[in-house]
Design a protein around this ligand. Structure first.
Ligand code: COA
Length: 189
């Protein structure tokens, strides 16, 4: 049966020393552990306490529904067969051809450039192969690691949205970083 809903292709994306692939049931333990981490809990409004059933729902319900509805796509960042993090496209507007990247990296894998490289890979794919014109990353003011990862991925700082997000500590201003099809063309010129 065909329908009019636009969706991302359910692809795995390989890279040199990591890959992006669909989440599966055997990832639930690792996702549970990483989502209990203090830094992840500080910047992402995840359930607290974070239970195994939260990760199970994320893998078995949320991720497939994002893909099926066209709202986005969830990929595990895999390193040496392990879950090193999760990255996704979300809030996709197919008419405007815009989407937003979100991510976390598990504590043992931080500081190796993984979030930046995974973001560059996913953004390139969305812009080159999935018809997106613009990808953005929004990082809470003060989330230095996320801001640096966005810049490392080739996203440019565009401004700050007041009270646009929330964490467990309260509302936060969000810095916006963007990357467009024109940026790709400029890089290749
Ligand atoms: C933000 C996060 C995803 C960064 O992941 P990462 O793989 O460690 O990021 P990278 O290694 O690509 O870091 C990019 C740069 O930021 C630096 N960096 C990373 N974490 C940092 C921190 N806490 N403070 C200062 N610099 C930091 C890295 O050294 C690197 O610097 P470089 O560009 O000079 O090489 C990770 O810290 C995380 O999961 N945080 C909790 C969840 C979160 O904040 N998600 C993002 C919400 S918008």
């Amino acid at each position: 049966m065909t329908d009019d809903i636009h969706r991302f292709d359910d692809h795995s994306l390989p890279s040199d020393d990591f890959g992006l692939r669909a989440p599966c049931a055997s990832d639930i333990d690792a996702i549970t552990q990483a989502c209990r981490d203090a830094l992840t809990q500080k910047w992402l409004p995840l359930p607290n306490p974070y239970r195994w059933a939260d990760a199970q729902r994320y893998v078995e319900e949320f991720a497939p529904s994002q893909l099926a509805s066209g709202n986005g796509i969830v990929r595990v960042i895999e390193v040496d067969g392990e879950v090193a993090g999760v990255i996704d496209l979300k809030k996709t507007d197919w008419r405007a051809a815009t989407t937003e990247i979100g991510y976390w990296v598990a504590p043992a894998y931080r500081g190796k450039g993984l979030a930046g490289r995974a973001s560059a890979l996913l953004a390139d794919w969305a812009l080159r192969e999935q018809g997106m014109q613009r990808v953005e990353i929004r990082a809470a003011v003060g989330n230095i690691g996320s801001a640096r990862a966005a810049k490392a991925a080739g996203f440019g700082y565009e401004g700050c949205l007041r009270s646009a997000g929330f964490t467990h500590a309260g509302r936060v201003d969000l810095e916006v970083y963007g990357r467009t099809v024109e940026d790709l063309a400029r890089r290749e010129a």
